[in-house]
Design a protein around this ligand. Structure first.
Ligand code: KIV
Ligand code: NA
Length: 279
């Protein structure tokens, strides 16, 4: 498979072909996403919840992002890589944001960074872009700001808030973002935002009118204990937890009964050597 570049993504957008994006948080999850043809792989700060066992994304720090970005970069051969700038790594100043973005690219080996917020980040996005790092904006439900939003809630359900989302997306585009993630908003709102922009939008819980889609890999692959909460927008395409649990239960039973390891899983020794050993 040919390496996906920013030009490849531009061509997909111009052709109207949906852009596919999936999260990964380590070597194997990146490898399978890449081998299955994803155009883009995102090392989201959902890392905190899916890999580090945290309650939310706000606690994730740069060093954690870098370690996981590096692992993902080793597993993804062709996909275009995006790394999330975690909360606290970009808000203080544009200088701080540029330094963090450069660390994610140089140490984390991703190709671009994603930043949550709105028009207030325009100067920051401009500076990061000028430093040679492509930027993905993220508007709508911005999980890092859950304490300010009052939890994980759908955004843009009123005319005024939908207008604000459009303004945020436009401002990020004008500042130089090459793509915008639209999270958790009515499909009609995301469709209008997509039509008004001249850069691709990637939806998550934002309907089918976006230029592409993203999901969190552990959500869509069913890599969760059944019964765990998943958002309304998650379609579960596989049952990775079920398969892993089935295999592990069988392994456990066979170890307990000594059915495993049978002969085919053991190393031979010649009769002569064994006799010599047993003397
Ligand atoms: O952290 C993440 O996985 C994300 C996606 C849900 C867009 O930001
Ligand atoms: Na994120």
């Amino acid at each position: 498979r040919k390496k996906v570049t920013i030009q490849t993504l531009r061509k997909l957008y111009e052709k109207g072909e949906p852009i596919t994006m999936l999260t990964a948080h380590d070597f194997p999850s990146a490898h399978v996403a890449d081998a299955s043809g994803m155009d883009m792989v995102l090392v989201g700060d959902s890392l905190g919840m899916v890999a580090l066992g945290l309650e939310n994304t706000s606690e994730v720090v740069m060093d954690e992002m870098i370690l996981h970005c590096r692992s993902v970069a080793r597993g993804a051969k062709a996909a275009f890589l995006v790394g999330d700038l975690p909360m606290g790594s970009y808000e203080v100043s544009a200088e701080q944001a540029v330094a963090s973005a450069l660390r994610l690219v140089k140490e984390g080996r991703v190709h671009s960074v994603k930043i949550e917020g709105g028009e207030e980040l325009a100067p920051t996005i401009k500076r990061i872009t000028q430093a040679g790092v492509p930027v993905v904006g993220h508007v709508g439900l911005t999980p890092q700001r859950q304490n300010a939003l009052g939890g994980f809630r759908v955004q843009g359900k009123t005319a005024a808030s939908a207008v604000k989302l459009l303004q945020d997306a436009l401002a990020m585009q004008e500042a130089g973002a090459f793509m915008i993630v639209l999270e958790a908003m009515p499909s009609e709102v995301a469709t209008v935002i997509t039509e008004k922009l001249r850069i691709p939008t990637i939806g998550i819980g934002a309907g089918n009118g976006c230029s592409g889609q993203v999901l969190v890999q552990v959500d869509m692959s069913g890599n969760y204990q059944p019964g765990r909460f998943v958002p309304k927008f998650v379609k579960q395409y596989a049952d990775v937890w079920g398969e892993a649990a089935r295999g592990i239960s069988m392994y456990r039973a066979e170890v307990k009964s000594r059915a495993f390891p049978s002969g085919e899983y053991t190393y031979p020794i010649s009769k002569e050597e064994l006799a010599g050993f047993q003397k």
